[in-house]
Design a protein around this ligand. Structure first.
Ligand code: ASP
Ligand code: MG
Length: 417
């Protein structure tokens, strides 16, 4: 069997869903196809706004935003010849409960995006005469209740999902939501933004897939972001470890958690353009050719550089390291780079909503200074000339180089050279 994952951009409108149908038809075999889908277009962002409005008590704005989202889906359904309310049940009320925490409400509301997109796609494929089943992942992918970043219970999920897949009467195609799961007591959870790739990898792992393919709006994995660097090249093959490093450095090509479940079972991962289904794209596997011999530029945006100095001038590395990292870990900060001197330690982290609380705690123990609105540029396979070029015209807040990799922290507005 194979697993296909379609992101929000590839199913953003009726044409995208028809294109998905064509791709699925090309690969529809009795071995079975698991189709994992994200929310349509920018629905997840819109649902996040619903949560914010609900939380702020702005009921009318929440409802208007909610109605916009439903209307957008209704328009797509109609274009696909489906009957809203008949073919697909629409939820009029926002699943918001003022007694629950922000994060728990977030998961109940934001998960609606994937539930809607997959119902539309499953019903549409069925009406086109394909053999299809819709899966409700909150019942099948078991997680804990770490809202917004739920951890998957692999043993329980694998058993349920295998049993579902191995049924004799299973249709050829299964359509399932990426990004969402559910707790033992029936609450919906989400796995972290852009988590659909991770779902696809988990399903590939549980079902011993022949391969997993992520269909995207790019030709495959490129050596740089085409919106920033004018001359990009496609990387045809790479190894799992290269892919992990690329996604960790901020390449927004695949979710960082995607690789491990695939590597564990040596399942190849293809990244292919949904607009050109016969193109080779990129393949990540055990025997990809590596290390990559073209320079790869990866931008990780929205960074904040925090520098800590012990109040008593203690040697930071000897005395404060575990304390600092304990605070960082407890506040769920995502560290992208670390640098130290005798009395200071600097960490570059994603500037998330967790940062202010973490900083407050750090300030109790250290003198803290910081710079925000930064980006981290990682260049893998760098040379002296490439590095000089990258530095030119930019204010470098911090730089770190090893034999083949250079990392530069630069001001966000200097992203484009
Ligand atoms: N729809 C979710 C998001 O936009 C998950 C995903 O696209 O992978 O973050
Ligand atoms: Mg997405």
């Amino acid at each position: 069997m194979k697993v296909f994952k379609f992101g929000g951009a590839s199913v953003k409108d009726a044409a995208g869903i028809r294109n998905l149908e064509q791709i699925v038809r090309m690969h529809n075999t009795p071995d079975g196809l698991m189709v994992v889908v994200s929310a349509i277009g920018k629905t997840t962002n819109a649902l996040e706004r619903v949560v914010e409005f609900c939380d702020a008590g702005k009921e009318e704005m929440a409802l208007n935003q909610w109605i916009d989202i439903i209307d957008h889906h209704v328009a797509i359904m109609k274009e696909l010849g489906l009957q809203p309310g008949v073919d697909i049940r629409l939820q009029g009320e926002i699943p918001y409960d003022p007694n629950k925490s922000y994060d728990e409400n977030y998961d109940q509301i934001v998960s609606m995006g994937e539930l809607l997109s997959t119902q539309i796609i499953a019903v549409y494929l069925l009406k086109q005469g394909l053999s299809v089943e819709w899966w409700n992942m909150p019942k099948l992918l078991r997680t804990d209740n770490t809202w917004r970043e739920a951890r998957v219970d692999d043993a329980t999920s694998a058993a349920t999902i295998r049993a579902g897949w191995d049924r004799a009467q299973r249709p050829d195609i299964v359509v399932a939501q990426g990004f969402i799961g559910g707790t033992a007591d029936g609450q919906r959870t989400t796995l972290g933004r852009e988590g659909s790739d991770y779902t696809a990898a988990l399903l590939g792992n549980y079902l011993d897939a022949e391969s997993v393919t992520i269909w995207k709006d790019v030709p495959g994995i490129l050596n740089a972001d085409p919106r920033i660097e004018p001359n990009t090249v496609l990387i045809p093959t790479l190894r799992y470890q290269d892919a992990v490093e690329l996604s960790y450095s901020g390449a927004q090509i695949i979710h960082p958690k995607t690789i491990k479940p695939l590597e564990n079972k040596r399942i190849p991962l293809y990244v292919k353009p949904f607009g050109d289904p016969n193109a080779a794209g990129s393949c990540i596997s055990e025997d990809g050719i590596g290390p990559i011999n073209i320079p790869v530029y990866i931008w990780r945006k929205n960074q904040i550089l925090i520098t800590m100095r012990p109040k008593d001038f203690a040697f930071v590395l000897e005395e404060s390291l575990s304390e600092i990292f304990d605070i960082i870990h407890r506040h769920r900060l995502k560290v992208s780079l670390i640098q130290s001197s005798a009395v200071t330690i600097s960490v570059c982290v994603d500037n998330t909503r967790f940062v202010p609380d973490a900083m407050n705690e750090l300030k109790q123990h250290f003198n803290v200074s910081y710079n925000d609105h930064l980006s981290l540029l990682t260049i893998r396979g760098t040379t002296k000339e490439i590095l000089e070029q990258a530095k030119a015209g930019r204010t470098i807040m911090l730089s770190q180089t090893t034999r083949r990799t250079a990392r530069l922290v630069v001001a966000e507005n200097e992203l484009l050279p």
